[in-house]
Design a protein around this ligand. Structure first.
Ligand SMILES: [Zn+2]
Length: 157
């Protein structure tokens, strides 16, 4: 498989830097890909960089969408519920992240998934393009806590 630079999501700062922490700061001021209308630095970046943990299932849902947007495969693997992880989990996430260009996220509804809950559901539509062809992914995600942390279970909500 060949990968050209131009195919990669624009994640890294244009200026090379020895400190990888500097790269995200460049885009901290731009709006978060999850369409919260908050700057990325005040939204999903906090979760991606381990500065905070999602308190609600919807926050994790948004952070996972943004992780797809930026190709943060580790975050997606880490936030998959351990009961649902298989040897193919990473490859599946990677395969989608490699081809999809994420365009829009619409959260349709959330049920439970709050600070005091152990489970939650989030219904959403994610719009993305593969080879210039528009796709809409409509899913009711199930989330469940594992060791206190929200994790993605599956799309069978
Ligand atoms: Zn966000």
């Amino acid at each position: 498989m060949t990968e050209s630079e131009s195919d990669l999501p624009i994640e890294e700062a244009p200026a090379p830097s020895a400190n990888p922490e500097k790269a995200p700061k460049v885009r901290d001021l731009s709006l978060c890909p999850c369409k919260s209308r908050l700057p990325y630095g005040e939204c999903c970046a906090r979760f991606h960089y381990g500065k905070a943990l999602p308190e609600t299932a919807e926050q994790l849902m948004r952070a996972r969408y943004s992780a797809y947007f930026f190709g943060r495969i580790d975050y997606l693997v880490d936030t998959t519920h351990p009961d649902k992880k298989t040897p193919q989990t990473r490859a599946g996430i990677q395969a989608l992240a490699d081809v999809a260009r994420w365009k829009f996220l619409t959260i349709l509804s959330s049920s439970k998934g709050q600070a005091g809950d152990k489970t939650g559901k989030v219904e959403f539509v994610a719009e993305y393009y593969i080879d210039m062809v528009r796709h809409e992914h409509h899913e009711k995600s199930r989330f469940r806590r594992s060791r206190g942390l929200w994790k993605y279970v599956d799309d069978k909500g």
